[in-house]
Design a protein around this ligand. Structure first.
Ligand SMILES: [Zn+2]
Ligand SMILES: [Zn+2]
Length: 441
Protein backbone atom coordinates (compact mmCIF):
# COMPACT_ATOMS: atom_id res chain seq x y z
CA UNK A 1 0.00 0.00 0.00
CA UNK A 2 1.36 3.43 -0.89
CA UNK A 3 1.50 6.36 1.50
CA UNK A 4 -1.31 8.03 -0.44
CA UNK A 5 -3.52 4.97 0.10
CA UNK A 6 -2.66 4.93 3.81
CA UNK A 7 -3.68 8.56 4.08
CA UNK A 8 -6.97 7.81 2.39
CA UNK A 9 -7.67 5.11 5.00
CA UNK A 10 -6.69 7.39 7.85
CA UNK A 11 -9.12 9.99 6.52
CA UNK A 12 -11.83 7.32 6.24
CA UNK A 13 -11.20 6.15 9.83
CA UNK A 14 -11.48 9.70 11.08
CA UNK A 15 -14.70 10.28 9.18
CA UNK A 16 -16.08 7.06 10.61
CA UNK A 17 -15.21 8.05 14.19
CA UNK A 18 -16.77 11.46 13.71
CA UNK A 19 -20.10 9.87 12.78
CA UNK A 20 -19.94 7.06 15.33
CA UNK A 21 -22.18 8.80 17.86
CA UNK A 22 -25.17 8.70 15.52
CA UNK A 23 -25.15 4.89 15.20
CA UNK A 24 -24.29 3.87 18.75
CA UNK A 25 -27.94 2.99 19.39
CA UNK A 26 -27.40 -0.04 17.14
CA UNK A 27 -24.89 -1.56 19.53
CA UNK A 28 -25.98 -4.70 21.37
CA UNK A 29 -25.56 -5.16 25.11
CA UNK A 30 -22.13 -6.79 25.04
CA UNK A 31 -22.55 -10.08 26.89
CA UNK A 32 -20.16 -12.95 27.38
CA UNK A 33 -18.11 -14.78 24.79
CA UNK A 34 -20.12 -17.50 23.06
CA UNK A 35 -23.39 -15.73 23.73
CA UNK A 36 -24.10 -14.45 20.23
CA UNK A 37 -27.59 -13.09 20.06
CA UNK A 38 -29.28 -11.70 16.96
CA UNK A 39 -28.55 -8.01 17.55
CA UNK A 40 -24.89 -8.72 18.44
CA UNK A 41 -24.32 -10.18 15.02
CA UNK A 42 -26.01 -7.14 13.57
CA UNK A 43 -23.67 -4.71 15.35
CA UNK A 44 -20.48 -6.59 14.46
CA UNK A 45 -20.21 -8.35 17.86
CA UNK A 46 -19.02 -7.38 21.33
CA UNK A 47 -21.51 -4.59 21.97
CA UNK A 48 -20.37 -1.29 23.46
CA UNK A 49 -17.55 -2.97 25.41
CA UNK A 50 -16.07 -4.47 22.26
CA UNK A 51 -16.46 -1.17 20.44
CA UNK A 52 -14.66 0.71 23.18
CA UNK A 53 -11.75 -1.75 22.95
CA UNK A 54 -11.50 -1.23 19.20
CA UNK A 55 -11.58 2.56 19.47
CA UNK A 56 -8.98 2.40 22.23
CA UNK A 57 -6.63 0.23 20.15
CA UNK A 58 -6.97 2.76 17.34
CA UNK A 59 -6.10 5.58 19.75
CA UNK A 60 -3.02 3.66 20.90
CA UNK A 61 -1.97 3.11 17.30
CA UNK A 62 -2.37 6.87 16.66
CA UNK A 63 -0.05 7.64 19.59
CA UNK A 64 2.54 5.20 18.23
CA UNK A 65 2.22 6.63 14.70
CA UNK A 66 2.76 10.15 16.06
CA UNK A 67 6.10 8.99 17.46
CA UNK A 68 7.03 7.22 14.22
CA UNK A 69 6.30 10.29 12.08
CA UNK A 70 8.25 12.53 14.47
CA UNK A 71 11.21 10.11 14.42
CA UNK A 72 11.31 10.28 10.62
CA UNK A 73 11.17 14.09 10.71
CA UNK A 74 14.00 14.23 13.26
CA UNK A 75 16.02 11.84 11.14
CA UNK A 76 15.62 14.06 8.09
CA UNK A 77 16.30 17.22 10.07
CA UNK A 78 12.94 18.50 8.93
CA UNK A 79 11.90 19.85 12.33
CA UNK A 80 14.66 22.49 12.39
CA UNK A 81 14.62 23.39 8.68
CA UNK A 82 12.41 26.04 7.11
CA UNK A 83 12.04 29.73 7.93
CA UNK A 84 10.71 29.12 11.46
CA UNK A 85 13.60 26.93 12.76
CA UNK A 86 11.47 25.26 15.44
CA UNK A 87 12.73 23.03 18.21
CA UNK A 88 11.51 19.42 17.81
CA UNK A 89 8.96 19.90 20.62
CA UNK A 90 7.67 23.10 19.03
CA UNK A 91 7.45 21.30 15.70
CA UNK A 92 5.32 18.54 17.22
CA UNK A 93 3.06 21.05 19.00
CA UNK A 94 2.60 22.98 15.79
CA UNK A 95 1.66 20.01 13.61
CA UNK A 96 -0.02 17.78 16.22
CA UNK A 97 -2.30 20.31 17.91
CA UNK A 98 -3.67 17.85 20.50
CA UNK A 99 -0.18 17.70 22.04
CA UNK A 100 -0.45 21.39 22.93
CA UNK A 101 -2.37 20.14 25.97
CA UNK A 102 0.72 18.11 26.95
CA UNK A 103 2.73 15.15 25.71
CA UNK A 104 4.82 16.73 22.93
CA UNK A 105 7.99 16.33 24.98
CA UNK A 106 7.25 12.66 25.46
CA UNK A 107 6.70 12.14 21.72
CA UNK A 108 10.07 13.73 20.94
CA UNK A 109 11.87 11.85 23.73
CA UNK A 110 10.53 8.53 22.48
CA UNK A 111 11.32 9.40 18.85
CA UNK A 112 14.94 9.99 19.91
CA UNK A 113 14.99 6.86 22.11
CA UNK A 114 13.63 4.57 19.38
CA UNK A 115 16.50 5.56 17.12
CA UNK A 116 18.86 3.78 19.54
CA UNK A 117 19.36 0.01 19.14
CA UNK A 118 19.09 -0.59 22.93
CA UNK A 119 15.43 0.38 22.79
CA UNK A 120 14.53 -1.96 19.93
CA UNK A 121 12.45 -4.26 22.16
CA UNK A 122 10.44 -1.32 23.54
CA UNK A 123 9.79 0.00 20.05
CA UNK A 124 8.61 -3.43 18.92
CA UNK A 125 6.16 -3.63 21.82
CA UNK A 126 4.77 -0.19 20.93
CA UNK A 127 4.48 -1.01 17.22
CA UNK A 128 2.69 -4.27 18.07
CA UNK A 129 0.15 -2.30 20.13
CA UNK A 130 1.21 -4.13 23.31
CA UNK A 131 2.64 -1.08 25.09
CA UNK A 132 1.02 2.38 25.20
CA UNK A 133 3.32 5.28 24.42
CA UNK A 134 3.12 6.73 27.92
CA UNK A 135 4.21 3.43 29.47
CA UNK A 136 6.95 3.03 26.85
CA UNK A 137 8.38 6.38 27.91
CA UNK A 138 8.51 5.13 31.51
CA UNK A 139 10.25 1.92 30.41
CA UNK A 140 12.90 3.86 28.45
CA UNK A 141 13.61 6.17 31.41
CA UNK A 142 13.78 3.32 33.93
CA UNK A 143 15.94 1.14 31.64
CA UNK A 144 18.38 4.05 31.15
CA UNK A 145 18.64 4.45 34.92
CA UNK A 146 19.17 0.73 35.51
CA UNK A 147 21.59 0.06 32.63
CA UNK A 148 24.82 1.23 34.32
CA UNK A 149 23.98 -0.92 37.36
CA UNK A 150 23.40 -4.18 35.50
CA UNK A 151 25.66 -7.19 35.14
CA UNK A 152 26.88 -8.05 31.62
CA UNK A 153 24.21 -9.55 29.39
CA UNK A 154 21.34 -8.56 31.68
CA UNK A 155 20.01 -5.80 29.44
CA UNK A 156 17.61 -7.92 27.37
CA UNK A 157 15.84 -9.72 30.26
CA UNK A 158 15.60 -6.48 32.24
CA UNK A 159 13.99 -4.56 29.35
CA UNK A 160 11.66 -7.48 28.68
CA UNK A 161 10.65 -7.49 32.36
CA UNK A 162 10.01 -3.75 32.33
CA UNK A 163 7.93 -3.99 29.15
CA UNK A 164 5.76 -6.77 30.60
CA UNK A 165 5.27 -4.94 33.86
CA UNK A 166 4.45 -1.62 32.17
CA UNK A 167 2.04 -3.30 29.73
CA UNK A 168 0.25 -4.87 32.70
CA UNK A 169 0.35 -2.12 35.33
CA UNK A 170 1.30 1.10 33.52
CA UNK A 171 4.28 3.38 34.28
CA UNK A 172 4.07 2.69 38.02
CA UNK A 173 4.67 -0.99 37.28
CA UNK A 174 8.22 -0.44 36.12
CA UNK A 175 9.16 1.59 39.16
CA UNK A 176 7.87 -1.21 41.41
CA UNK A 177 10.08 -3.69 39.62
CA UNK A 178 13.31 -1.77 40.18
CA UNK A 179 14.58 -3.47 43.33
CA UNK A 180 13.56 -6.92 42.11
CA UNK A 181 15.49 -6.38 38.87
CA UNK A 182 18.55 -5.02 40.67
CA UNK A 183 18.49 -8.02 43.03
CA UNK A 184 18.38 -10.46 40.16
CA UNK A 185 20.37 -8.76 37.42
CA UNK A 186 22.37 -6.01 39.13
CA UNK A 187 26.12 -6.00 39.48
CA UNK A 188 27.39 -7.31 42.83
CA UNK A 189 26.52 -5.03 45.70
CA UNK A 190 24.48 -2.59 43.63
CA UNK A 191 21.21 -3.11 45.48
CA UNK A 192 23.03 -2.99 48.82
CA UNK A 193 24.77 0.28 47.88
CA UNK A 194 21.50 1.77 46.72
CA UNK A 195 19.66 0.74 49.88
CA UNK A 196 22.51 1.96 52.08
CA UNK A 197 22.43 5.29 50.24
CA UNK A 198 18.67 5.39 50.85
CA UNK A 199 19.39 5.77 54.58
CA UNK A 200 20.52 9.34 53.89
CA UNK A 201 16.97 10.26 52.92
CA UNK A 202 15.29 8.91 56.03
CA UNK A 203 13.57 11.78 57.79
CA UNK A 204 10.67 12.77 59.97
CA UNK A 205 9.76 16.45 59.87
CA UNK A 206 8.86 18.63 62.82
CA UNK A 207 5.09 18.77 63.37
CA UNK A 208 3.41 21.32 61.14
CA UNK A 209 0.35 22.90 62.72
CA UNK A 210 -2.92 22.72 60.81
CA UNK A 211 -6.28 24.18 61.86
CA UNK A 212 -8.27 22.25 64.45
CA UNK A 213 -5.31 21.17 66.55
CA UNK A 214 -4.10 18.79 63.86
CA UNK A 215 -0.38 18.32 63.28
CA UNK A 216 1.07 17.18 60.00
CA UNK A 217 4.33 15.27 59.68
CA UNK A 218 6.30 14.32 56.65
CA UNK A 219 7.97 10.91 56.89
CA UNK A 220 10.50 9.49 54.41
CA UNK A 221 11.81 5.95 54.84
CA UNK A 222 14.29 3.70 53.05
CA UNK A 223 13.40 0.16 51.94
CA UNK A 224 14.34 -1.34 55.29
CA UNK A 225 12.46 1.26 57.32
CA UNK A 226 9.40 0.77 55.18
CA UNK A 227 9.51 -3.01 55.54
CA UNK A 228 9.87 -2.77 59.33
CA UNK A 229 7.14 -0.14 59.71
CA UNK A 230 4.68 -1.93 57.44
CA UNK A 231 5.26 -5.24 59.24
CA UNK A 232 4.52 -3.51 62.54
CA UNK A 233 1.51 -1.52 61.29
CA UNK A 234 -0.04 -4.42 59.39
CA UNK A 235 -1.67 -6.32 62.25
CA UNK A 236 -2.32 -3.15 64.28
CA UNK A 237 -4.10 -1.31 61.49
CA UNK A 238 -6.58 -4.03 60.56
CA UNK A 239 -10.24 -2.97 60.88
CA UNK A 240 -11.55 -3.59 64.42
CA UNK A 241 -15.31 -4.13 64.50
CA UNK A 242 -16.94 -3.20 67.82
CA UNK A 243 -19.75 -5.54 68.90
CA UNK A 244 -20.46 -6.56 65.34
CA UNK A 245 -20.49 -2.97 64.06
CA UNK A 246 -18.22 -2.30 61.12
CA UNK A 247 -15.03 -0.32 61.71
CA UNK A 248 -15.78 2.85 59.74
CA UNK A 249 -12.32 4.41 60.13
CA UNK A 250 -10.56 5.00 56.83
CA UNK A 251 -7.43 3.01 56.04
CA UNK A 252 -5.24 6.10 56.56
CA UNK A 253 -6.93 6.79 59.89
CA UNK A 254 -6.34 3.19 61.05
CA UNK A 255 -2.67 3.44 60.04
CA UNK A 256 -2.29 6.70 61.95
CA UNK A 257 -3.96 5.24 65.03
CA UNK A 258 -1.75 2.16 64.74
CA UNK A 259 1.44 4.24 64.60
CA UNK A 260 0.54 6.08 67.80
CA UNK A 261 -0.37 2.77 69.45
CA UNK A 262 2.98 1.35 68.38
CA UNK A 263 4.87 4.22 69.95
CA UNK A 264 2.79 3.97 73.11
CA UNK A 265 3.58 0.26 73.42
CA UNK A 266 7.27 0.83 72.76
CA UNK A 267 7.46 3.48 75.45
CA UNK A 268 5.50 1.31 77.88
CA UNK A 269 7.85 -1.62 77.17
CA UNK A 270 10.90 0.43 78.14
CA UNK A 271 13.03 -1.53 80.58
CA UNK A 272 11.60 -4.91 79.66
CA UNK A 273 12.87 -7.48 77.21
CA UNK A 274 9.57 -8.44 75.64
CA UNK A 275 8.97 -8.07 71.93
CA UNK A 276 5.65 -8.24 70.21
CA UNK A 277 5.62 -11.31 68.02
CA UNK A 278 2.59 -10.10 66.06
CA UNK A 279 4.72 -7.39 64.52
CA UNK A 280 7.29 -9.83 63.18
CA UNK A 281 8.71 -9.27 59.73
CA UNK A 282 9.24 -12.42 57.71
CA UNK A 283 11.86 -12.48 54.98
CA UNK A 284 12.60 -15.18 52.47
CA UNK A 285 16.04 -15.58 51.03
CA UNK A 286 18.01 -18.45 49.59
CA UNK A 287 20.83 -19.88 51.61
CA UNK A 288 23.66 -19.09 49.15
CA UNK A 289 22.57 -15.45 48.95
CA UNK A 290 22.50 -15.10 52.72
CA UNK A 291 25.89 -16.78 53.16
CA UNK A 292 27.60 -14.83 50.40
CA UNK A 293 25.74 -11.57 51.11
CA UNK A 294 24.53 -11.28 47.52
CA UNK A 295 21.05 -10.98 46.02
CA UNK A 296 18.11 -9.89 48.09
CA UNK A 297 15.43 -11.12 50.44
CA UNK A 298 11.71 -10.76 49.86
CA UNK A 299 9.37 -9.60 52.58
CA UNK A 300 6.38 -11.74 53.46
CA UNK A 301 3.18 -11.34 55.34
CA UNK A 302 2.59 -7.59 55.48
CA UNK A 303 1.06 -4.88 53.31
CA UNK A 304 4.56 -4.45 52.02
CA UNK A 305 4.81 -8.10 50.91
CA UNK A 306 7.16 -8.71 48.04
CA UNK A 307 9.53 -5.79 48.45
CA UNK A 308 13.22 -6.57 48.33
CA UNK A 309 15.90 -6.00 50.94
CA UNK A 310 19.60 -6.27 50.14
CA UNK A 311 21.54 -9.18 51.59
CA UNK A 312 23.79 -7.41 54.11
CA UNK A 313 20.73 -5.65 55.52
CA UNK A 314 19.11 -9.03 56.02
CA UNK A 315 22.19 -10.41 57.77
CA UNK A 316 21.94 -7.53 60.22
CA UNK A 317 18.19 -7.86 60.71
CA UNK A 318 18.64 -11.61 61.24
CA UNK A 319 20.73 -10.81 64.32
CA UNK A 320 17.72 -9.83 66.31
CA UNK A 321 14.28 -11.02 67.15
CA UNK A 322 11.96 -8.74 65.25
CA UNK A 323 12.80 -10.36 61.92
CA UNK A 324 12.49 -14.01 60.98
CA UNK A 325 14.50 -15.06 57.98
CA UNK A 326 12.98 -17.97 56.11
CA UNK A 327 16.00 -19.55 54.49
CA UNK A 328 15.30 -21.40 51.28
CA UNK A 329 17.31 -24.18 49.63
CA UNK A 330 18.14 -24.23 45.95
CA UNK A 331 14.74 -25.75 45.14
CA UNK A 332 12.81 -23.25 47.22
CA UNK A 333 12.35 -25.69 50.14
CA UNK A 334 12.41 -24.14 53.61
CA UNK A 335 15.77 -24.99 55.20
CA UNK A 336 15.42 -23.02 58.37
CA UNK A 337 12.68 -20.94 59.84
CA UNK A 338 15.47 -19.14 61.65
CA UNK A 339 13.49 -19.15 64.83
CA UNK A 340 14.87 -21.55 67.39
CA UNK A 341 18.65 -21.44 67.58
CA UNK A 342 18.98 -18.00 66.06
CA UNK A 343 17.85 -15.81 68.89
CA UNK A 344 19.20 -15.01 72.28
CA UNK A 345 16.70 -16.23 74.88
CA UNK A 346 15.06 -13.69 77.21
CA UNK A 347 17.29 -15.02 80.03
CA UNK A 348 20.40 -14.54 77.90
CA UNK A 349 19.22 -11.09 76.88
CA UNK A 350 18.76 -10.07 80.52
CA UNK A 351 22.32 -11.19 81.30
CA UNK A 352 23.51 -9.37 78.21
CA UNK A 353 21.80 -6.16 79.36
CA UNK A 354 23.57 -6.55 82.70
CA UNK A 355 26.94 -7.38 81.15
CA UNK A 356 27.03 -4.71 78.42
CA UNK A 357 24.85 -2.08 80.08
CA UNK A 358 23.88 -0.60 76.69
CA UNK A 359 25.36 -0.20 73.23
CA UNK A 360 28.93 -1.57 73.22
CA UNK A 361 30.15 0.63 70.37
CA UNK A 362 32.97 2.95 71.53
CA UNK A 363 31.59 6.26 72.76
CA UNK A 364 27.89 5.30 72.54
CA UNK A 365 25.66 5.56 75.59
CA UNK A 366 22.39 4.17 74.21
CA UNK A 367 20.56 2.32 77.01
CA UNK A 368 19.91 -1.45 76.78
CA UNK A 369 16.27 -1.02 75.77
CA UNK A 370 17.41 0.73 72.59
CA UNK A 371 19.71 -2.05 71.53
CA UNK A 372 19.64 -5.30 69.57
CA UNK A 373 21.61 -8.41 70.40
CA UNK A 374 24.27 -8.66 67.70
CA UNK A 375 25.95 -11.98 66.89
CA UNK A 376 29.70 -11.25 66.84
CA UNK A 377 30.11 -14.12 64.40
CA UNK A 378 27.00 -13.49 62.34
CA UNK A 379 24.14 -15.91 62.52
CA UNK A 380 24.46 -16.38 58.75
CA UNK A 381 28.08 -17.49 59.24
CA UNK A 382 26.99 -20.14 61.76
CA UNK A 383 27.68 -17.93 64.77
CA UNK A 384 26.16 -19.43 67.88
CA UNK A 385 23.58 -17.77 70.12
CA UNK A 386 25.88 -17.87 73.15
CA UNK A 387 26.73 -14.92 75.34
CA UNK A 388 30.37 -15.23 74.27
CA UNK A 389 29.17 -14.48 70.74
CA UNK A 390 26.85 -11.63 71.71
CA UNK A 391 27.07 -7.86 72.00
CA UNK A 392 24.47 -5.16 72.47
CA UNK A 393 24.41 -2.53 69.72
CA UNK A 394 22.02 0.34 69.12
CA UNK A 395 20.30 0.47 65.75
CA UNK A 396 22.75 2.94 64.27
CA UNK A 397 25.89 1.14 65.41
CA UNK A 398 24.41 -2.22 64.51
CA UNK A 399 24.05 -0.92 60.97
CA UNK A 400 27.62 0.37 60.95
CA UNK A 401 29.06 -2.86 62.40
CA UNK A 402 27.45 -4.83 59.55
CA UNK A 403 28.08 -2.29 56.79
CA UNK A 404 31.76 -1.85 57.60
CA UNK A 405 32.10 -5.51 58.58
CA UNK A 406 33.61 -4.84 61.98
CA UNK A 407 34.84 -7.54 64.36
CA UNK A 408 34.03 -7.46 68.05
CA UNK A 409 35.37 -9.75 70.77
CA UNK A 410 34.31 -10.48 74.32
CA UNK A 411 37.36 -10.02 76.56
CA UNK A 412 37.94 -10.39 80.26
CA UNK A 413 38.84 -7.19 82.04
CA UNK A 414 39.19 -6.27 85.73
CA UNK A 415 35.54 -5.12 85.66
CA UNK A 416 34.39 -8.42 84.20
CA UNK A 417 33.61 -9.40 80.63
CA UNK A 418 33.25 -6.64 78.09
CA UNK A 419 33.09 -6.24 74.33
CA UNK A 420 35.90 -4.57 72.39
CA UNK A 421 35.55 -3.52 68.78
CA UNK A 422 38.15 -3.49 66.01
CA UNK A 423 37.09 -0.39 64.06
CA UNK A 424 39.17 -1.16 60.95
CA UNK A 425 36.87 -1.77 57.98
CA UNK A 426 36.72 -5.47 57.06
CA UNK A 427 38.14 -6.66 60.38
CA UNK A 428 35.25 -9.11 60.53
CA UNK A 429 36.44 -10.83 57.35
CA UNK A 430 39.89 -11.27 58.88
CA UNK A 431 38.28 -12.81 61.93
CA UNK A 432 36.34 -15.24 59.73
CA UNK A 433 39.47 -16.21 57.81
CA UNK A 434 41.26 -16.81 61.11
CA UNK A 435 38.43 -19.01 62.36
CA UNK A 436 38.41 -21.01 59.14
CA UNK A 437 42.17 -21.57 59.43
CA UNK A 438 41.78 -22.69 63.05
CA UNK A 439 39.05 -25.14 62.08
CA UNK A 440 41.22 -26.65 59.37
CA UNK A 441 44.17 -27.04 61.75
ZN1 LIG B 1 24.19 -7.99 63.98
ZN1 LIG C 1 25.42 2.77 69.69
Amino acid sequence: MSLAQHRERIAAARESLGALGTVLWQAGSGGCAGDHSEDQRADGGGGLAGLLGEVDALGGACDAARVAVTAEALDRGETSSGPLALSPVQWVRRHAPTTRAGGAGQVVALAHAFAKPVNEAVKEAVDAGRLPVRSAAAVVVEADKLRPLLADGADAPVVAGLVDMAAEHGPRGCRLLRSALLARYGRDGVLQDEQDAGKTFVSLSQPHDSPGGISEYRLSLDAEGRAVLEAALGPLSAPRPVEGERDLRSSDRRRGDALVQLVRRAVAADGTVGKNSSTTLFLTMDWESLRDAVGAATTLGSVDSGSHLAAETVRRLACDASVIPVVLGSHGEVLDLGRNVRLFTPAQTRRLWLRDGGCTFPGCDAPPSWTDGHHLVHWADFGSSDLTNAALLCERHHTIAHQRRLAGRVVLSPEGERVVWDLARGSYDELLALRAAQERA
